[in-house]
Design a protein around this ligand. Structure first.
Ligand SMILES: Cc1cc2nc3c(=O)[nH]c(=O)nc-3n(C[C@H](O)[C@H](O)[C@H](O)COP(=O)(O)O)c2cc1C
Length: 435
């Protein structure tokens, strides 16, 4: 029997208007009431049917204006904006599910560590241990401008800040012993002060007394999700991440990335098996190979129809205004970004038109076909790479897209013993560590 692998889903368009232009966007009220939790609840239930480990809710907090120097393209296509605040969605999803892990994104460049620790601790309490934290460092300078800064700190320094931030947050989460809450009505004693400690953190970037003003949450140290692809990003992820999400478009690079993280983690005294690496996977599944291939062709055609929208997205992530380049010109190798370095590295030396054509399925190998075919490819990829699973991404976030994966592809994976058929645990961390 092969070793099973993990599945997660990236809600890449965040708590936002999703697929509003598509024929499958849902009823008129779904499209108009995108800020209501209804459709997200349906999607979360689908993922739980598929026994996914977790769903991540993307975030950023500005109306970008990098492309052509104004926000028009972003608002025209709802590209990166508008979106609502992910933690608000979490309790709705938690109420509608029982085992699915839920991972909101909180940026270390936007939150002070105490506020982040408190919010995540609270969410872990009310979900009874199903929360994870997508720890990001931020990229678009427009966001920094909403928080009192002209621009983001330099790329690698952001990971230094993230390192201290994660240290403060985890100390706060552990400031209460597990048995600090006594609830003895006779004495009376609600919580035992001897079992709760200030953290007295004084570092280069933060000063926090603590303790956090709530008991230790069910998971205590909430699983950290991380996606750094640069050298600094990988170092940070090797130290702090419980699960890493990263691009998966080249088997050799996927293998090398996994090996590097596992070696780093072991050198830091961690058990490499405690870090689950999930690779981006953008499947299109249909009843016949021809039908699936035709949909992939239409997806690429659509990307080229709305080049502005794709270029605006790429500009947002890197801070580079791609309207300034000719579509058929190869991108110069010496372009630099203070945003997503690993994304830019993938694009250098290629013509923009080619990047745009593949943008809808960025960072993924080709998973196009029947459920049997795609399940077979996923098995081969995992056998070759060694683990640990896939992050479904850039698959249309609508009921059809989620159903095709959760009720078409996943049952085929389950029949082959490749993914779990039922949850063995209640907490996200335990499900991640199950295999
Ligand atoms: C699947 C995935 C999801 C991500 N989600 C977010 C997000 O929600 N918000 C954000 O600011 N950055 C997000 N990022 C960006 C990463 O945190 C990171 O900045 C990016 O991968 C570039 O890292 P690097 O500069 O170390 O290469 C995501 C990246 C990936 C691959």
């Amino acid at each position: 029997m092969p070793k099973p692998f993990h599945l997660a889903w990236f809600l890449g368009q965040s708590f936002a208007s999703k697929n509003w232009r598509s024929m499958w966007a849902g009823s008129a009220s779904d499209v108009k009431r995108w800020m209501m939790p209804d459709i997200f609840i349906d999607l979360a239930k689908g993922m739980e049917r598929g026994c996914f480990d977790y769903m991540i809710i993307e975030d950023s907090s500005n109306v970008p204006y990098t492309y052509k120097g104004n926000h028009d393209t972003y608002l025209q296509y709802a590209q990166g904006s508008p979106k609502l605040d992910p933690p608000v969605l979490v309790p709705y999803l938690a109420q509608a599910t029982t085992h699915l892990g839920i991972v909101p994104t909180l940026s270390i460049s936007e939150y002070p560590p105490y506020l982040a620790a408190r919010l995540i601790n609270s969410l872990d309490h009310v979900t009874e241990g199903r929360i994870g934290w997508n720890c990001v460092t931020g990229s678009n300078d427009g966001t920094a401008q909403n928080y009192g800064h002209e621009k983001h700190r330099p790329h690698d320094e952001r990971y230094e800040v993230a390192d201290e931030f994660a240290d403060v947050v985890t100390k706060l989460w552990e400031a209460w012993d597990e048995d600090a809450v006594v609830l003895d009505r006779e004495t009376p004693m609600f919580a035992d002060g001897r079992k709760v400690r200030p953290i007295h953190h004084e570092g280069k970037y933060f000063k926090v007394r603590g303790p956090i003003n709530a008991p230790r949450s069910p998971q205590g140290r909430v699983p950290i999700v991380q996606a750094g692809g640069s050298a600094a990003g990988k170092k940070f992820a090797s130290k702090w991440a419980d699960t890493i999400i990263t691009e998966g478009s080249d088997i050799q690079k996927m293998k090398a990335y996994r090996q590097e993280v596992r070696t780093n983690a072991a050198a830091m005294g961690r058990n490499p098996d405690d870090i689950k690496l999930l690779f981006l996977c953008s499947p299109i599944v249909d009843t016949t190979m021809e039908a699936a291939r035709e949909r992939r062709r239409l997806q690429q055609e659509d990307s080229l129809k709305y080049v502005d929208m794709q270029l605006a997205g790429m500009s947002r992530l890197t801070g580079i205004d791609f309207s300034k380049f000719d579509l058929d010109e190869t991108l110069p190798m010496d372009l630099k970004t203070n945003g997503h370095q690993s994304s830019l590295a993938r694009w250098l030396g290629k013509p923009l038109r080619e990047i745009v054509r593949g943008y809808a399925a960025k960072g993924s190998l080709d998973y196009t076909g029947t459920p049997e075919h795609v399940a077979g490819v996923m098995r081969e990829v995992m056998e070759e790479v060694g683990g640990d699973g896939f992050l479904i991404s850039d698959t249309p976030i609508d009921r059809r897209g989620v159903m095709e994966v959760c009720d078409g592809l996943v049952p085929e994976l389950q029949r082959r013993g490749l993914t779990r058929k039922a949850y063995a645990h209640k907490h996200l961390r335990d499900n991640l560590l199950e295999f």
